[in-house]
Design a protein around this ligand. Structure first.
Ligand code: PEP
Length: 254
C-alpha cells in the first residue's frame, strides 16, 4: 500500500522561538490525536532543523528541508547540501517547489541533479510539479506536468523513482486560497500515475505517493484526500497553525 503523507512547508516563516513552540504544540497534538499510519512531516527553515529534529526524535513527526544544492560541497556560498542534511539525520527534502522554479530559476536539469544527490544521500525527495494559471487556461496543464516529471525524474531507475514522493501543486492554487477541486486534483494525479506506469510499469507507479498541494486546509482536506490517487498533501499556510495542521492530518482516512 502507498504511504499516506501530510507534509507542512513552512517556507520562510517563524522565528526560532516560534518554530520551537509550533513544533512542541504539534508533537503533543499529533501524538495524542492521530492514530493513523499517516507520515507527518514538517519542512522547516534550515537553521532550525537540528533543534527541531531533536525535539521530534523518533516520534510521529518527521523533518524535511525545503531545498538542497545539486552540489555535494565546495565554493557555493549560501547553499546547503544533501550530505549536510544527511549528517543531521533529516529524512526528507522538497525539490523543485514552484517558488524555487519561479524566483530562483531552477531548471529541469538542476532539479534532476538535486533529486540524484538527495537520493544518493538517503534523503526522500518530495518532488514538486504543477502548472501556472495561463497554462491551465490554454489546456496544456497535463502536457506541462508530464514534461516536468519526464525532464527531471525519468532518468532514474525504477528502484530510485520508487523512493521519490511527488507533489502536484498547481501554481494558481498556492497561497491564493483557491484550491483545485477534488476532481481536478484526482484527474491530474491519475495523469501523473499513468505517465509513471508507462515508463516504469504499474507496480512501480502504484507504489509512488502523489500529494496534492495548493491551499489545503482543515475544511477541504478530507474531500481531497478521499480521491483514489491523492495520497496526502503538501501544505503551506495552514501548516503554520498547530490546530489546523493537526486537523488536516486527521482528515486522512487510514
Ligand atoms: C506550498 O507552498 O507548497 C503550498 C501548497 O502552499 P499553500 O498551502 O499555502 O497554498
Amino acid at each position: 500500500m502507498r504511504k499516506k503523507i501530510v507534509a507542512g512547508n513552512w517556507k520562510m516563516n517563524k522565528t526560532f522561538e516560534e518554530a520551537k513552540a509550533l513544533t512542541a504544540e504539534l508533537s503533543g497534538m499529533i501524538q495524542a490525536e492521530v492514530h493513523t499510519h499517516t507520515e507527518v512531516i514538517i519542512c522547516t527553515p534550515f537553521p532550525y532543523l537540528p533543534t527541531l529534529q531533536q525535539m521530534v526524535g523518533n516520534g510521529k513527526i518527521k523533518t524535511g528541508a525545503q531545498n538542497c544544492s545539486e552540489q555535494a560541497s565546495g565554493a557555493y556560498t549560501g547553499e546547503v547540501s544533501a550530505p549536510m542534511l544527511k549528517s543531521i539525520d533529516i529524512p526528507y527534502v522538497i525539490i523543485g517547489h514552484s517558488e524555487r522554479r519561479q524566483y530562483f530559476n531552477e531548471s529541469y536539469t538542476q532539479l534532476a541533479k538535486k533529486t540524484d544527490i538527495a537520493l544518493a544521500n538517503g534523503l526522500t525527495p518530495i518532488f514538486c510539479c504543477g502548472e501556472p494559471l495561463a497554462v491551465r487556461e490554454n489546456n496544456q496543464h497535463e502536457n506541462l506536468v508530464r514534461e516536468q516529471i519526464e525532464a527531471s525524474l525519468f532518468h532514474l531507475s525504477a528502484a530510485d523513482i520508487a523512493k521519490v514522493v511527488i507533489a502536484y501543486e498547481p501554481v494558481w492554487a498556492i497561497g491564493t486560497g483557491k484550491t483545485a477541486s477534488a476532481q481536478q486534483a484526482q484527474d491530474m494525479h491519475e495523469v501523473i500515475r499513468k505517465h509513471l506506469a508507462q515508463k516504469y510499469g504499474e507496480a512501480v507507479a502504484n507504489a509512488i505517493s502523489i500529494l496534492y498541494g495548493g491551499s489545503v486546509n482543515a475544511g477541504n482536506a478530507a474531500e481531497l484526500f478521499a480521491c483514489p490517487d491523492v495520497d496526502g498533501g503538501l501544505v503551506g499556510g495552514a501548516s503554520l497553525k498547530s490546530r489546523e495542521f493537526t486537523d488536516i492530518v486527521k482528515a486522512m482516512k487510514a
